[in-house]
Design a protein around this ligand. Structure first.
Ligand code: ATP
Length: 264
């Protein structure tokens, strides 16, 4: 479904942020992209969503295809219309608008019927948003704002949903809820590319993952296998929860079924 092949990107022609990165998100899968601060994760997203020039960056090599179409030859609006939708880092919701108005904005490009059906689906996935549908976005908690950001992206009817660090700044129990929601969305047929620093969370959701280090893919494979590698254990799982085993156990306790849906 999404194929990134040998992509290199520079900022200002000086700093090479990506060096020949290749990754694939097969249809129906959930794939994680892991890496520490500055590894290049956001730059990968920018390359996919054709958002490089706004940040002074440019693709110097490689190509990105979505559903067999070269994204370099496709306009941004067509990319979204084809079902490639991103939840940006930092949950950029429209704070002055209500929950429902935020969702309406997300479904703006769709017909009334499709948008209404999508809204009901979002409220089904996020009962908390349904309860708060008339509340202003800025009055929501951090976790609820993240749910709204995901809900708004779902309104566009994505075939592939790309999430940029959805766990950032959230309490562990809320991270567990976000993980459950991503599992549910994927189980219902939407492919997912999950960008995360929180490897424990990402590997508990994704079936496979890529690890970026200094702009290069240093490791990739099935999540279960990667969890056993020293790179992941030492660099990421340990990092997010103190001692490796303690962090993993603590995390596992937060991944309880939410909205009645457990791991797929
Ligand atoms: P983080 O988790 O901190 O967002 P990241 O893995 O997403 O990190 P990127 O933001 O993609 O990493 O950054 C990769 C490299 O590109 C870093 O060296 C970073 O300093 C550089 N970089 C990112 N954005 C810009 C920019 N707008 N201008 C110049 N350099 C940038």
């Amino acid at each position: 479904m999404l194929e990134m092949e040998d992509v290199s990107v520079t900022y200002g022609g000086v700093l090479t942020a990506l060096h020949g990165v290749s990754l694939t998100v097969p249809e129906g899968s959930c794939v994680a992209l892991l890496g520490a601060n500055g590894a290049g994760k956001t730059t990968v997203l920018r390359a996919i969503s054709r958002n490089l020039s706004r940040h002074g960056a440019r693709l110097t090599d490689g190509r990105v295809r979505f559903d067999g179409i070269d994204l370099a030859r496709t306009s941004m609006s067509e990319v979204v219309a084809r079902g490639l939708v991103q939840v940006p880092e930092g949950r950029r919701i429209l704070g002055r608008l209500s929950v429902e108005e935020n969702l309406r904005v997300g479904g703006m490009r769709r017909g009334r019927k499709a948008a209404a059906a999508a809204r009901e689906r979002v409220y089904g996935i996020f009962p908390r948003l349904a309860e708060r549908r008339h509340q202003q976005g800025l009055l929501l908690s951090g976790g609820e704002q993240q749910m709204l950001a995901i809900g708004r992206a779902m309104m566009a009817g994505p075939k592939l949903l790309m999430l940029d660090e959805p766990s950032l700044g959230l309490a562990p129990i809320i991270v567990g809820q976000v993980a459950d929601v991503i599992r549910q969305i994927n189980a219902e047929g939407t492919s997912v590319l999950l960008i995360e620093q929180n490897a424990a969370m990402a590997l508990s959701v994704a079936s496979s993952a890529y690890v970026l280090e200094l702009g290069r893919v240093s490791l990739s494979g099935a999540s279960g296998e990667l969890t056993e590698t020293d790179t992941i254990r030492h660099l990421y799982l340990g990092h997010s929860g103190g001692e490796v085993s303690a962090g993993s156990v603590a995390f596992a306790t937060t991944l309880q079924p939410w909205s009645g849906n457990g791991p797929s």
